[in-house]
Design a protein around this ligand. Structure first.
Ligand SMILES: *Cc1c(COP(=O)(O)O)cnc(C)c1O
Length: 372
């Protein structure tokens, strides 16, 4: 990535940071911001924003990259997703550590296999930033370099090898792009040797929180393992930074189809215009919006969750109003039925020879149908 100086608020925290360090993803991982004192130097805290990370009081520890910290100093909304608040201490009805009952579908430790022909491989338990609403917060660990022991990865690959129904492997975690090139290549190359594995995908937030990680060397390595797809977790239009755009374009230039996944979050992205701005920015960068997720009921998540009605209203505000491929699918992930897509109700009435459909103009068309 082209070197660029760290912005001023960051230099207050890291006075000696050089351009070279700012451009180096290892520096960002090593210098993650994890204490209240550091954050206080960056932004003025609100009363609900608390940090008792050490006393194990928070359901999830606090961590963000200096790069993401530079974004939160510029946009007030983004901090809601990373800075712990007292609301996290409040447990509400229906909240569970494993709300999707995923632990029932783990034939070996590092595989979640709940759909017929695809599975999730947990490649690492490390993320460079802790999203407060993380659906797999129970699986995210504290320390870098703790990444899973090699035997666990080998065990996961062996499971896929002996399970020929699997044609799609989703490498997730944690954030797989925080692994070294060689550790990631070990996984990709071994999966590629399995004849029934047709596609490989990676789920990551790295282009957003650690865009420096997308190096020419990484991209060159990834390219060897096509067809490879990457899905990136985006939450807000302000996350589409110039650095993130460079990272996405490098990946897209390597022929990797990019998708986005977004969690619907109260007060952060629960407005049609916010979502549309983000999706339009994404398609400009060749990232195809894939899913909007209803926020899962993990412990202490009530302040993040919206009603389903809010999600449906956003979908209604997108469909027909912008490019079709800038509109993702709105899904609710369920413990028994997996992801369930939801759409606003466009069908107003069904008659014997007609269906009444209401489109984006809000006008109803009486459309002729026939019996099969
Ligand atoms: C979401 C998910 C997948 C992938 O589902 P797609 O709808 O194909 O993107 C696979 N495994 C698990 C456990 C998942 O939660």
């Amino acid at each position: 990535m082209k070197t660029k100086e760290a912005p001023d608020p960051i230099k207050k925290l890291f006075p000696s940071v050089t351009e070279k360090e700012w451009a180096d993803w290892h520096w960002h991982v090593k210098n993650r911001i994890t204490t209240p004192e550091q954050v206080k130097q960056l932004i003025k805290l609100e009363e609900s924003e608390i940090y008792d990370c050490k006393g194990n009081k928070l359901p999830l520890s606090f961590s963000m990259t200096p790069f993401y910290a530079s974004l939160i100093t510029e946009n007030k909304v983004l901090r809601k997703a990373v800075v712990p608040t007292s609301h996290e201490m409040v447990m509400s009805a229906g909240e569970e550590g494993d709300p999707l009952d995923e632990d029932k579908f783990r034939p070996v430790n590092n595989i979640i296999h709940r759909y017929p022909d695809k599975c999730l491989l947990l490649a690492t338990d490390f993320c460079s930033l802790r999203c407060r609403y993380c659906t797999r917060s129970r699986l995210v660990s504290e320390n870098m370099n703790s990444h899973f022991p090699q035997e666990k990865i080998v065990e996961a690959i062996e499971y896929i090898k002996r399970t020929p129904v699997i044609r799609d492997v989703l490498i997730s975690g944690g954030d797989p792009l925080t692994l070294s090139d060689s550790k990631l290549e070990f996984i990709l190359s071994n999966l590629r040797k399995i004849p029934h594995v047709q596609i490989i995908r990676i789920g990551t937030k790295v282009p957003v929180v650690l865009p420096q990680r997308v190096t020419p060397a990484l991209v060159k390595m990834l390219k060897k393992y096509h067809p490879l797809w990457i899905n990136i977790h985006f939450m807000h239009p302000a996350e589409v930074s110039p650095e993130c755009e460079v990272a996405c374009n490098m990946l897209a230039d390597a022929g990797i189809p990019l998708g986005s996944q977004t969690v619907l979050l109260k007060g952060i992205n629960d407005k049609t215009e916010t979502m549309m701005k983000m999706f339009n920015a994404l398609v400009r960068n060749r990232v195809r919006p894939y899913y909007i997720y209803q926020c899962d009921p993990i412990p202490g998540s009530k302040h993040f969750r919206t009603s389903i009605k809010t999600g449906l209203k956003i979908m209604e505000g997108l469909i027909g109003q912008t490019s079709g491929f800038a509109v993702p699918t709105y899904v609710v992930d369920t413990s028994k039925g997996g992801k369930v897509p939801l759409l606003p109700n466009f069908v107003k009435k069904i008659e014997k020879n007609y269906i009444h459909l209401e489109g984006f103009t809000k006008e109803t068309t009486k459309y002729p149908t026939i019996e099969d």
